[in-house]
Design a protein around this ligand. Structure first.
Ligand SMILES: [Zn+2]
Length: 62
């Protein structure tokens, strides 16, 4: 998803130009997926994997 075609409702300029606070917050929110930050989906996946490993360890014989 990209914000280059979005027009800001606050300043009526392309959001990608980041002319106002609304533009900048929307742009950073849209581009968060591209960065090194963890997405909620990834955090959920990690939590599920940890739970599966914990259950497997508990049920391991011996
Ligand atoms: Zn704006």
């Amino acid at each position: 998803m990209s914000c280059e075609h979005l027009v800001c409702a606050s300043c009526a300029a392309p959001v990608v130009e980041g002319r106002c606070l609304v533009c900048r917050s929307a742009r950073s929110r849209l581009h968060r997926h591209d960065g090194v930050g963890f997405s909620p989906q990834l955090m959920l996946l990690v939590a599920v994997l940890l739970a599966v490993v914990a259950v497997a360890l508990v049920h391991l014989p011996g």
